[in-house]
Design a protein around this ligand. Structure first.
Ligand code: ZN
Length: 397
């Protein structure tokens, strides 16, 4: 953790927060590899014919192969796509990678990425920043006729469907913010002038909220492909006319931001309000769900660094809640109560089979940082602490 904090201190705000997921159930080559280890050569049509149950069973019984395959895929993708002169997400100069395992057993990769060619987002460089973002991130459903491969990939991996994980916070319909607003160009939403009268400011922000809440509600009703009320032919004019909002008012509202910082609305046609950000080389090269988020202010930087470090441990949280409840019911004193909670925390870490593989095999890494960091104590010489480590004897000798 200190390494990444040191990187942000030294290198400034990162350019991208990227997530690469594991689509192991859909990677035919992985099933061919697993079958080959048992002496079977599966043909393409045999892989296609595997049922969901057969696929799960093959993956669950072979965590070592699956973990090594994911690792190989990530390394190849960085070497042959991201770090080449093609610079699909800009000229990468530094990165910090972390493999994480959530409730599903399979891994995914979080990456903090710094590039050397991304302009900072300031009032004077807004247009240059928007150009840079438009060159590298997409948030639209491509044309089925001109690029059927990309169309299928976006449909399969980048379409957001609301699920129970969307409603993690009270009063927030979807914490991932879907359906997103439609706009025919990328917009940097700006805060109101700091010296504006508070009353006027409050009125403006209330009006903005009214407009955007109505549009959001309409988007969720009419533009969500998984709802029966979905209308594939709706136009922006239809949507806004139905809720009695003019195009100018909508443009005005999405160009404002209530906080003291900027916000970004990516160019997104009306049929793409439920399409998650992606980059073409990522989707074509990695063939799984990819997420590329621009990071342009301190707030976003902290948010994404927290996502980089934290892990959802539902079972562990539940064990801690139960321990606290039991301690209260048993009327334990504070010291014994805390001891009980501490024991629950230490004994219920969630580890999947693939995570065990990652932790056991030295060639698999869970963290990778470029450049490597070296910690130097800058305290007075007399205050520096050194530990002498015992050298292990070679067990074979
Ligand atoms: Zn959602």
């Amino acid at each position: 953790m200190y390494e990444v904090v040191a990187m942000v201190k030294q290198l400034g705000i990162l350019t991208w927060f990227m997530t690469l997921s594991c689509a192991d159930l859909r990677w035919p080559e992985l099933f061919k590899i697993i079958a080959k280890t048992k002496g079977n050569n599966l043909r393409d049509e045999e892989v296609d014919a595997l049922s969901y149950h057969e696929r799960c069973s093959m993956l669950n019984l072979n965590p070592v192969i699956v973990a090594k395959h994911f690792q190989y895929r990530v390394e190849t993708f960085f070497r042959d796509v991201l770090l080449t002169n093609a610079n699909p997400i800009g000229k990468i100069v530094y990165y910090a990678l972390r493999i994480e395992f959530q409730m599903r057993v399979s891994p995914h990769l979080h990456a903090l990425i710094w590039t050397s060619d991304c302009p900072d987002l300031t009032n004077d460089t807004k247009d240059a920043y928007i150009d840079y973002i438009d060159q590298h991130v997409q948030a639209y459903l491509p044309d089925k006729e001109t690029d059927p491969q990309l169309f299928d990939l976006v449909k399969t991996y980048q379409t957001h469907n609301h699920s129970k994980t969307c409603r993690k916070y009270k009063n927030v319909a979807c914490r991932f913010n879907f359906g997103q607003f439609f706009t025919d160009r990328t917009i940097v939403a700006e805060p109101l002038a700091e010296d504006m009268d508070d009353k006027i400011k409050s009125n403006i922000l209330t009006r903005r909220k009214e407009i955007l809440s109505k549009v959001k509600q309409k988007i969720d009703d009419v533009l969500n492909p998984s709802k029966p009320t979905y209308d594939p032919h709706a136009t922006p004019t239809d949507i806004l006319n139905d809720i009695d909002i003019t195009e100018q008012d909508y443009q005005w509202a999405i160009s404002l931001y209530p906080d003291s910082d900027y916000e970004l609305h990516l160019k997104r046609p009306i049929d793409s309000c439920f399409i998650n950000n992606y980059f073409i080389a990522g989707l074509k090269g990695f063939a799984a769900n990819v997420d590329l988020q621009p990071v342009f202010n301190h707030y976003k930087c902290i948010t994404y660094i927290c996502s980089y470090f934290t892990k959802d441990e539902t079972e562990c949280s539940q064990a801690i809640i139960n321990a606290a409840k039991e301690a209260k019911e048993a009327n334990l004193n504070v010291r014994d109560g805390l001891r009980k909670v501490g024991a629950a925390f230490l004994s219920t870490c969630e580890v999947s089979a693939q995570e065990c593989v990652y932790r056991c095999m030295p060639e698999l890494w869970l963290r990778k940082i470029f450049p490597k960091t070296l910690f130097v104590s800058t305290d007075f010489a007399e205050n520096r602490v050194r530990f002498a480590k015992k050298q292990h004897k070679n067990l074979m000798s």
